[in-house]
Design a protein around this ligand. Structure first.
Ligand SMILES: Cc1ncc(COP(=O)(O)O)c(C=O)c1O
Length: 405
């Protein structure tokens, strides 16, 4: 089926190239897509081919931190396009080196590895953990993830992702990777210092239902991993880079990991992932141990330098922190008033509500009403507004949500 769209003026003022939007059956059926097509965006709104505006509380699943049509991001993209697009990792370029230096300066880390996606960042972290662990003993290789985890869908990360529907059709999964309950007693039993290389956890599990890890538990995991000489990896692909109200989610928990993975918002919607690494682990990595063609290229890194400056701005972090706390309180109030929410969980601009009935039903109703939300499991509706959303814009979305509930 072909739907023609009239030549249009972008909501952000840029002339849109006259397009013919087509829906096609040529795309692989691995996504369940909402009806229609988005053709433009403005601030915290997406606009479909019929001109209908949607308040976006999905943000490309925590990617579009700066919303749509952001002037600074557009300028960063334009100036990046005037420079080098790609240079092999056989050579250095300034934007990637600057980005790595800034990430090091702002975090616990000493070194950074760039790649192209979240799953790829975690796969990198698994390899780095194993490389380091093998310097401690031949049998030390296992990676342990936690119940409810989502670390990606490539072969290594799929084994660390705890959803049967994602895993079962692809068995056998990569070996040496296991899932353990979010329980310090279970971890105590599982963490054999002779065989375990790393524990990976999301400080706030995203796909697993927006589950904020208990700070005491995270501290116990840190102590146990230190005691057993096991690397601790934080997957901040969804919850990192300002979403919790601090640049890194680990700052909320009072512990530092040995490695940390980033992706989603880091390059403003361009594909990029990163692994932040301590010297102790990084020093075991030699040329040839790992690599990727596009990782940290000058175009994408230039844009990421802009995004990082924006999301680490103290004013931005204060805005997310204050409005996020307010947002959570409003969700609690809606739960009380409607009796249709069983639980509210989250932090900053990352919230999950367990609804009566299915999450898919609420997500569909919200979509029809012009509010984009997404599910995280069967009963959890996830709310991930762009970090630039104002309190009024958050209130607008809350109003729609309450009406639906
Ligand atoms: C916590 C977490 N880790 C890893 C991933 C995988 O990232 P990507 O889809 O970029 O491979 C995701 C994606 O949703 C995620 O939320």
């Amino acid at each position: 089926m072909t739907i023609s769209i009239m030549p249009n003026e972008s909501a952000t003022g840029a002339a849109l190239t006259p397009t013919t939007a087509t829906t096609t059956d040529a795309l692989l059926g691995n996504y369940k897509r909402a009806p229609g097509q988005f053709v433009d965006g403005e601030g915290v709104h997406l606009i479909d081919a019929d001109g209908k505006r949607y308040l976006d509380f999905v943000s490309g699943i925590a990617v579009n931190a700066l919303g749509y049509g952001d002037t600074g991001l557009r300028q960063a993209l334009h100036s990046a396009a005037d420079g080098l697009i790609h240079v092999s990792n056989l050579y250095a370029t300034e934007p990637g080196e600057r980005l790595a230096a800034t990430l090091v300066e702002k975090s616990f880390a000493d070194k950074v590895f760039f790649c192209n996606s979240g799953a790829e960042a975690n796969e990198g972290a698994f390899k780095f953990a194993r490389r380091w662990a093998r310097t401690r003993g031949d049998a030390k290789h296992e990676i342990i993830a936690l119940r409810g985890a989502f670390h990606g869908r490539l072969f290594g990360t799929l084994a660390a992702t705890d959803r049967p529907s994602y895993r079962v059709p692809f068995r056998p999964l990569a070996g040496g990777i296991g899932i353990v309950e979010r329980d310090i007693g279970d971890l105590d039993v599982a963490l054999n210092s002779e065989t375990v290389a790393a524990v990976i956890l999301e400080p706030i599990q995203g796909e697993g239902g927006v589950r904020v890890m208990d700070a005491g538990f995270v501290r116990e995991v840190r102590a146990l991993t230190k005691e057993r000489d096991v690397a601790l990896v934080f997957d901040e692909i969804q919850c990192g880079l300002g979403r919790t109200g601090t640049l890194f989610a680990y700052e909320q928990f009072g512990v530092e990991p040995d490695m940390l993975t980033l992706a989603k918002p880091i390059a403003g919607g361009l594909p990029m992932g990163a692994v932040l690494i301590t010297d102790e682990i990084a020093s075991t990595i030699k040329p040839g141990d790992h690599g990727t063609t596009f990782g940290g290229g000058p175009f994408v890194a230039s844009v990421a330098n802009h995004v990082l400056a924006r999301v680490s701005d103290p004013a931005m972090l204060r805005h997310v922190s204050e409005n996020g706390a307010w947002f959570g309180k409003q969700l609690q109030d809606i739960a009380q008033r409607t009796g249709r929410i069983r639980a509210v969980r989250g932090m900053g601009y990352m919230w999950g509500i367990d609804v009566m009935g299915t999450a898919a039903h609420v997500v569909n109703e919200a979509f029809a009403a012009g509010l984009l939300t997404c599910s995280a499991g069967e009963y959890t509706v996830r709310l991930l507004p762009p970090l630039v959303a104002t309190r009024d814009e958050l209130a607008l979305g809350l109003g729609i949500l309450e009406e639906i509930l």
